[in-house]
Design a protein around this ligand. Structure first.
Ligand code: SF4
Length: 451
């Protein structure tokens, strides 16, 4: 049927209620529930893409990529710990739980991290034998839920990360839906099989920074003052949180921006809480400087880190290292249309279709039916990820990231990636200039600072 008045206004989409919003409202009206999903924020926010390097030319001298070395060694936790972590690269693997991820995926992360000389991290639900075996350097998370917390594992770790919050859900707890709570996962968490688990949003051991000081003291005693203690939080009131963490005795602060991923939480948290990683890194670095701790307390930033350019920009703005989560899963095969078995590529598009999505668009980690076997506890689906092959892919990715990072650092005339500095950057948008506090390209203008 042809509409009488089928002019452009008949098919004009509402900016307030675009089709996606109409379907969101109708879904809540149908089910009476909010959406729970995995991954990080999908909407556009100012990011490292909005910055560019002003590399060497006449006024600065670049280093020769094929002849001159660019150092990537990174030391984390030398404030109080007698055994700080010595990493070959400033890229670490973020905490992701066994339960959210399969044991094979955790194993792959550990093997790849070990191959490139960096660390990986446990998650809610404790430490698996596989990841301890495969990870030369393993950071053990101490989380509000205490699921799977084991003092023996604390002593087996190489560093401790006290998790106050995450960028995907600052102020909220994690979730593990019943379909992922296998006998093994339930056993490690001492909870019933097949029942939804909601993690606490705050630690039971403290109600404020003074209690955190006591907790960090306990962890130091329990690990003989050997292991670095990190404090991780989602990026909200970054300056205050960094200063409080340092006052409580942290060796390392980990700031996770709003683009940070999760295995499962409410979409409303993922899209509407926290601040982007771009301003978070600058705020955190400034706070560390203000309390005179630059070089004594290290800063790790995470949340939407994907490329060597992202890493170089984070380091230039003051980070000592970055952590990657979602990007490492993509390297393992997340969102691929196929998985590999005995050299053959097996198409799994139907698995995505069954989840109501498609390769390249999936955020269904909460479902437990990951088509490529990464975020599942289903024994058959888990077989789709070969830990060795996954580790090889992730190792390649980490090496390529490091090459991108050193290429940019050399082009800026630096023989150490840690010598990158804010002066190497300009912003392409006014928002990024204001958030990163670097000049808008072609000007000397930093919004809010200079005129
Ligand atoms: S492919 Fe698997 S890991 Fe990737 S978003 Fe989908 S469910 Fe999650």
């Amino acid at each position: 049927m042809v509409l009488d008045h089928a002019d452009s206004s008949s098919l004009r989409e509402s900016a307030t209620f675009p089709t996606e919003m109409i379907s969101h409202v109708q879904s809540m009206a149908r089910t009476g529930r909010y959406e729970i999903r995995g991954w990080g924020a999908k909407r556009h926010v100012p990011s490292f893409d909005d910055l560019t390097f002003i590399t060497a030319s006449l006024s600065r001298y670049p280093l020769e990529g094929y002849r001159e070395r660019c150092e990537t060694k990174t030391v984390l936790g030398n404030r109080f710990a007698s055994k700080p972590l010595e990493l070959d690269i400033p890229i670490t693997i973020a905490g992701m739980s066994f339960g959210s991820l399969s044991a094979a995926a955790k194993d792959s992360l550990g093997r790849a991290a070990t191959a490139v000389g960096t660390s990986t991290t446990t998650g809610d639900g404790g430490m698996t034998q596989e990841e301890r075996r495969s990870s030369k350097l393993l950071v053990y998370q101490c989380l509000p839920s205490r699921y799977g917390f084991n003092p023996e594992h604390l002593r087996m770790a190489d560093a401790i990360e006290v998790v106050v919050g995450q960028g995907a859900k600052p102020g909220g707890g994690g979730m593990l839906l019943g379909q992922k709570v296998s006998d093994r996962v339930a056993g490690m968490r001492t909870l019933p099989t097949g029942v939804d688990q909601r993690s606490a949003s705050r630690h039971p051991d403290w109600t404020g920074p003074d209690d955190l000081t006591i907790k960090i003291g306990e962890l130091r005693e329990a690990t003989n003052w050997e292991k670095p203690i990190y404090v991780k939080f989602g990026a909200t009131r970054v300056a205050n949180d960094v200063k409080l963490a340092i006052a409580a005795g942290a060796d390392v602060v980990v700031v996770d921006g709003m683009q940070g991923g999760t295995g499962a939480t409410q979409d409303v948290f993922i899209e509407h809480t926290g601040i982007p990683t771009l301003p978070a890194v600058r705020l955190a670095a400034e706070a560390i400087r203000e309390v005179g701790m630059t070089g004594k307390v290290q800063l790790i930033v995470s949340g939407g880190i994907r490329t060597g350019a992202d890493i170089a920009k984070a380091l230039a703005l003051g980070a000592d290292a970055v952590s990657i989560g979602v990007a490492s899963l993509i390297a393992l095969g997340c969102n691929s249309a196929f998985y590999e078995s005995d050299g053959e590529q097996i198409d799994v598009t139907a698995g995505y279709t069954a989840l109501g999505t498609a390769p390249g668009f999936c955020h269904e980690c909460q479902s437990g039916a990951c088509p490529v076997g990464i975020t599942t506890q289903d024994p058959e689906l888990s077989k789709r990820l070969d830990p060795e092959l996954g580790a090889l892919r992730l190792t390649n990715y980490l090496k390529a990231l490091t090459m991108e990072l050193t290429t940019l650092a050399r082009a800026c005339g630096k023989n150490d990636v840690h010598h990158l500095e804010p002066e190497d950057l300009v912003a392409l948008t006014i928002e990024a200039a204001a958030m990163a506090k670097v000049p808008l390209a072609g000007t000397s203008w930093i919004p809010g600072q200079s005129f």
